[in-house]
Design a protein around this ligand. Structure first.
Ligand SMILES: Nc1ncnc2c1ncn2[C@@H]1O[C@H](COP(=O)(O)OP(=O)(O)OP(=O)(O)O)[C@@H](O)[C@H]1O
Length: 319
């Protein structure tokens, strides 16, 4: 069942740009330019793209904050802009950059307010709160005012607040931004649990590609308001022509070695770096090196997803 459905959704903004000393001209910006896709129940989808690609505009339309200029949009069967109250019961939203919690209130009171706002049945509220408190390690923080929480603690508090009413869909906008490695790990672990065990559908916007690697089976890349890639991470490597690297420690220093299907990209003493296409298995390359040269050690390095996407953006810009 599709929980998020977009059919040729568009959103334009009219901006006034300076044209000469006194004149101002109206110009149309196509922030979202014909998006058509669906997200099925239980999926965790990474929604990524360069700055200004149209990600926030999409999320704002999905939360009913912005009305599309054209096209059809449904979230859990609801038209977001027309049925905002019904939608609020079905979605949870977490913005890494700002909190939905009451700044001066202890976490506990913010949650109590959410209970009343969403009219969450007492029993369900208690079960959900207990679960979030345990998984997010919030027990010692419940009586602390939000303004006294660290960024990582506040983010964990926000995640709990977004899930108390059992939403079917969770939108996450940069949920790990500014967090240290340990806090990022905790947030990701929790999100994995929410997606896998509760079956909550997740749409995740992030510039941190480790979030995507660790959480999402499907990635959508958007640029200039259009989908330019929709598929798995592996496929993204193929589209971006990415390369893996075999790092070999030879028994002695040599000029760049010659192995079919690879090229030496770096030499440092007896260590050489051989690049080969990411979709290709490393096994034949390893076998070919071992058959021709005396080896001490070797390892394979995966391509950085950042590089893959940068290449893809470059291709899109050129094409
Ligand atoms: N309220 C607005 N008025 C005019 N133009 C807007 C408005 N909101 C967004 N835009 C324009 O629409 C385009 C898409 O913006 P959007 O914020 O959706 O991108 P984004 O992918 O979320 O970028 P980022 O990664 O920087 O957050 C940009 O060109 C932006 O300048």
């Amino acid at each position: 069942m599709a929980l998020i459905e977009l059919d040729d959704v568009r959103r334009t903004f009219t901006v006034r740009a300076k044209a000469g000393r006194l004149k101002r001209e109206k110009r149309e910006v196509r922030a979202v330019d014909g998006l058509t896709f669906t997200v099925g129940a239980g999926e965790c989808v990474g929604y990524i793209g360069p700055n200004g690609a149209g990600k926030s505009t999409t999320i704002k339309m999905l939360t009913g904050i912005l009305v599309p200029s054209a096209g059809r949009l449904r979230v859990a069967g609801v038209d977001p802009a027309r049925e905002r109250v019904a939608l609020a019961r079905r979605i949870g939203v977490v913005f890494g950059q700002r909190t939905t919690l009451w700044w001066d209130l202890p976490l506990r009171d913010s949650y109590e307010l959410a209970r009343r706002l969403y009219r969450i049945p007492e029993h369900r509220y208690r079960v959900n709160l207990e679960r979030c408190v345990e998984l997010l390690d919030l027990g010692a923080l419940l009586d602390t005012p939000v303004r006294q929480l660290s960024l990582g603690q506040r983010m964990r508090g926000d995640l709990a607040a977004a899930l108390l009413h059992d939403p079917a869909v969770l939108y996450l906008d940069e949920p790990t931004i500014g967090l240290d490695v340990v806090s990022k790990g905790k947030v990701r672990e929790f999100l994995r649990e929410v997606n896998r065990d509760r079956g909550t559908t997740v749409l995740l916007t992030t510039h941190d590609l480790t979030d995507i690697e660790q959480l999402c089976d499907r990635v959508m890349v958007i640029d200039h308001g259009r989908v330019v890639y929709d598929g798995g991470l592996d496929g993204l490597h193929a589209v971006g022509d990415s390369e893996r690297t075999l790092v070999v420690d030879l028994a002695d220093e040599r000029p760049p070695i010659e192995v079919p299907g690879t090229r030496v990209v770096r030499v440092e003493g007896p260590r050489q770096w051989l690049a080969f296409p990411a979709q290709q298995s490393a096994a034949p390359v390893v076998a070919a090196v071992a058959a021709r040269y005396p080896l001490v050690d070797l390892s394979v390095r995966e391509p950085a997803i950042e590089d893959v996407i940068a290449r893809m953006y470059a291709e899109v810009a050129i094409g």
